[in-house]
Design a protein around this ligand. Structure first.
Ligand code: G3I
Ligand code: 9MR
Length: 540
């Protein structure tokens, strides 16, 4: 694997559009003069001095920040210091971040189940179809009549499909489509559906909604996951042929499903107008099942050893599903679970879905709230955003990261904070919120203590060995592009050899490291959102 580059000057390896705010991080213990050379002309075009250094214990590092926002001329550049530190080469160009956005959303196409990936769309990552999932029975009823549960996205580096994780990913993509309609109206990334009249984003979302719908039983309850008993080996989809089942239903999956279906029913780019009622009906049935079964918590059946996504605190799921159903139906009874939930924000995640209710209520739901209700939730979000700005003062990287954020998928914890920051920025136009969200994008593309751009195929030092079965098993050297790695965290649950114990450095670009170098649909979704938000913000 390519090694981490601790002693490098860190920049956003995806590049900068000219008017963007730009900083570099210099691993040095004092203010340092730096210069920037245009690599085409070999002229020094910018000179400056970095800010006072800050120690950051989460990275076991002292570093200072070099602002070069004033450099706006397109070109290829490199930053150096007098004592020989260097940055990777980087570009300033008008289209910066557009291609990374398209790659990040295209990753969903690459992870489609039940479909061959054709050369015309997948290029060298073309592959045969796997997992038709057209003969599925519940694990507990082997003699039941099989049903089809095809399509959807593979969760991650594994081939299973889990409702709660799939649901939040779909919701975040729905959010992006609803929040940036003009951006998505004409944006295409060469998928089989690109020839139709709908936004590609709608087509990609529909691919997973179709699967989710099939996971609802006739009583309204939703199976927690569709899975093999054990994780497949590192083989291609069509070679992973162990039998798949749906497991038990759960309250968390059923409410997550209700929320996503209610949200989907409010999309105005649906492929068929009849789907609106179908989604809404499914959402209401799921809600009713959860009312009748409020404490069915999923744990793996004895014979099942795949991802659990277990959650025995579902008041946030009730709040989210209720808020979505209120917005979709106008029936205020649904909002009760939200109104009585303890008002506390955090980065949204598969187990913490309360923030999703905020996002819906502050957007489509706003006009349906009383002024007091609207003001209260808006204040909570803005105060949370201010707290994140405070947190960002702790390190030269200027990102809102705390020790507790360095868990499995730490990159997505930050990206989900960015989703909330973009929303707070839209409400207030406070510049701090916009800049902080940009810093998170910078961090993801290489402006972080390891010097990796964490997104495959983007930048000068991207991961090469993600824990992603197709990337491992195919004959192609580069991994499937556009996936963000989970990121550093010092739980070290996989027993691989880490070079550092510091949370923000505990990352290795190795197949071995499924706790830092796997990829998943729920980590890519806030990346897609945050890049779309940043690109869209240029027009406001
Ligand atoms: O809830 C406890 C918390 O109380 C405790 O303080 C903390 C300290 O470590 O741990 C918390 O539990 C963690 C849990 O996530 C909730 O955040 C576990 O340690 C941690 O191991 C667990 O990680 C999950 C991982 O699966 C293992 O189950 C990740 O969140 C989750 O993203 C990941 O998801 C996997 C799927 O199972 C399978 N598909 C791939 C996907 C990504 O790797
Ligand atoms: O490969 C699995 C990965 O996709 C899962 O997210 C991860 C979740 O725990 O587990 C991985 O499988 C490992 C298993 O849990 C333990 N033995 C080693 C497996 C990876 O090679």
């Amino acid at each position: 694997p390519i090694k981490a580059a601790y002693q490098e000057i860190k920049i956003n390896q995806a590049g900068y559009y000219p008017e963007r705010s730009k900083v570099a991080i210099i691993p040095a213990s004092g203010t340092t003069p730096f210069s920037i050379k245009n690599l085409h002309t070999q002229q020094v075009v910018f000179e400056g001095v970095s800010s006072a250094a800050l120690a950051w214990d989460l990275a076991d590092e002292t570093a200072s920040t070099a602002d070069f926002s004033a450099l706006k001329t397109p070109g290829l550049y490199q930053i150096t210091t007098a004592d020989g530190l260097q940055s990777p080469r980087f570009r300033i160009f008008a289209q910066a971040l557009q291609q990374p956005h398209d790659m990040a959303i295209k990753a969903y196409y690459f992870n489609r189940a039940s479909s061959a990936l054709d050369m015309a769309f997948a290029g060298q990552w073309q592959r045969a179809a796997g997992h038709p999932d057209d003969h599925i029975v519940p694990l507990s009823q082997p003699a039941a009549k099989p049903f089809a549960s095809s399509k959807g996205w593979y969760d991650a580096g594994d081939y299973n499909k889990y409702i709660v994780n799939s649901g939040i990913s779909t919701y975040t993509l729905i959010r992006a489509l609803k929040d940036f309609p003009a951006f998505y109206a004409n944006r295409q990334w060469n998928i089989p559906e690109s020839i139709n009249q709908l936004p590609d984003m709608q087509d990609e979302i529909s691919w997973n909604l179709d699967w989710m719908l099939s996971m609802q039983a006739s009583d309204g309850g939703v199976y927690h996951k569709l899975t093999t008993k054990n994780f497949a080996g590192p083989v291609m989809p069509h070679e992973a042929t162990a039998q798949r089942f749906v497991t038990a239903k759960s309250t968390a999956a059923t409410l997550n499903f209700a929320a996503v279906m209610a949200a989907a029913s409010t999309l105005d780019t649906l492929p068929d107008p009849a789907l609106k009622q179908r989604y809404l009906r499914s959402a209401k049935m799921a809600w009713q099942w959860a009312q009748d079964n409020p404490k069915v918590y999923y744990t793996n059946e004895k014979s099942v050893h795949t991802g659990e996504y277990g959650d025995d605190e579902v008041s946030d799921e009730f709040a989210w599903a209720g808020a979505q159903l209120y917005v979709a139906t106008g029936n205020k009874g649904y909002l009760q679970a939200f109104l009585t939930h303890e008002r506390k924000l955090s980065a949204p995640s598969w187990s913490q879905v309360y923030p999703h209710a905020y996002l819906t209520l502050l957007n489509e739901g706003r006009a349906m709230l009383t002024p007091d209700e609207a003001q209260a939730i808006e204040n909570t979000l803005i105060n949370y955003a201010r707290e994140l700005v405070e947190q960002s003062h702790d390190s030269a990287y200027q990102i809102p990261a705390r020790a507790e954020d360095f868990v499995w998928g730490s990159n997505a914890v930050l990206l989900n904070k960015a989703v909330l920051l973009w929303t707070a920025w839209k409400l207030t136009h406070e510049n701090d919120f916009n800049v902080l969200a940009q810093r998170i994008n910078d961090y993801i593309f290489g402006q972080n203590p390891t010097g990796y751009s964490y997104v495959t195929g983007v930048g000068t030092r991207p991961p090469q060995h993600i824990h992603h079965r197709p990337s491992y098993a195919d004959e192609v050297v580069p991994p499937v592009p556009g996936f963000v790695a989970g990121g550093p965290q010092n739980g070290h649950q996989d027993g691989c050899n880490y070079y550092s114990k510091a949370p923000a450095r505990s990352y290795i670009d190795d197949w071995c490291s499924y706790s830092t170098n796997e990829v998943t649909i729920n980590w890519n979704a806030p990346l897609v959102y945050s890049l779309a938000a940043e690109l869209d913000s240029r027009t406001r």
